[in-house]
Design a binder for this molecule. Structure first.
Ligand SMILES: C[S@@+](CC[C@H](N)C(=O)[O-])C[C@H]1O[C@@H](n2cnc3c(N)ncnc32)[C@H](O)[C@@H]1O
Length: 257
């Protein structure tokens, strides 16, 4: 968020964001999406909670593929409106709410996802506890975030389209401020170790990590493929709820949805 207002509610941000997403070879579609879909696997009969769901494109796709239910949590009013429109004739539900204030219902899901939203959240410890509570035994979590080598420093982005990448202050987790789509935005840098420790401490076991290594066949432009082969843009992590009881939280506290 930026000074109280959700970033995607700033004037012009939504239009620019969707224009970016519509570009050929945009990184979400050529790097993040194929790996995310591979990690979530078969969506049939799953109850899914999606944190920072954006326009709920994934929800629509999941329900078409036979997911039993889809619940999106989204802080931006503008995004919520688009997501609700997208899911209008489906059973999917969108809640206008921050990931930080979301309270899960015990055992409501067997898959929790979050795609490129957790970099906006300062404290993931309570969030992952809510995620653990949301999941049934052996439930899974699949997240994507901007890769820690990218979030360590946005200095090279300040000079426009990057031709070199600066990795700096890697072991200093915390806020990073930069300007994107014409507005100031705060993102939170975490090391790879920190992501894994957060999951372990919240009662999850690691299944798989992917670093968005590009596949040539997904790109239209060879030059863009070469550029994306230089540095990882996204980190994807899949974990499973551990059978052990550590890291779980009380299931009798109040829940919203
Ligand atoms: C880069 S977009 C990704 C949207 C969607 N997950 C996708 O992959 O297409 C990030 C989304 O996370 C939402 N978001 C950011 N911070 C959030 C928060 N604290 N709580 C809920 N949603 C948040 C934004 O409003 C935005 O819709």
């Amino acid at each position: 968020m930026t000074e109280g207002k959700p970033f995607y509610d700033n004037p012009g941000v939504q239009e620019q964001y969707f224009a970016h997403r519509a570009r050929p070879d945009n990184p979400n579609d050529v790097l993040e999406r194929p790996l995310f879909l591979e990690l979530v696997g078969n969506l049939g009969n799953l109850d899914i909670v999606d944190l920072g769901c954006g326009d709920a494109s994934f929800g629509k796709e999941a329900l078409l593929q036979g997911a039993r239910s889809y619940t999106g949590i989204e802080v931006s009013r503008a995004m919520v409106d688009i997501a609700q429109q997208k899911l209008i004739e489906t059973s999917g539900k969108i809640y206008h709410e921050g990931i930080e204030t979301w309270r899960s219902q015990a055992g409501q899901a067997n898959l929790v996802t979050s795609r490129l939203a957790l970099n906006y959240v300062e404290n993931l410890e309570p969030v992952f506890q809510q995620v653990n509570r949301a999941l049934r035994p052996s439930g899974r979590v699949v997240i994507s975030v901007e890769h820690p080598v990218i979030t360590s420093s946005f200095e090279s982005l300040a000079r426009g389209r990057r031709t070199t990448w600066l990795v700096d202050n890697y072991f200093k987790p915390g806020p990073r401020f930069h300007t994107w789509l014409g507005h100031k935005v705060t993102k939170y840098h975490r090391t790879l170790e920190e992501y894994l420790d957060l999951f372990t401490n919240a009662g999850f076991e690691l299944e798989r990590i992917r670093e968005s290594c590009p596949k040539k066949e997904n790109f239209l432009c060879e030059e863009e493929y070469e550029r994306r082969s230089r540095i990882p843009l996204f980190l994807l992590i899949a974990v499973r709820k551990s059978q052990e009881l550590h890291g779980t939280i009380r299931t009798d506290s109040p829940a919203n949805h």
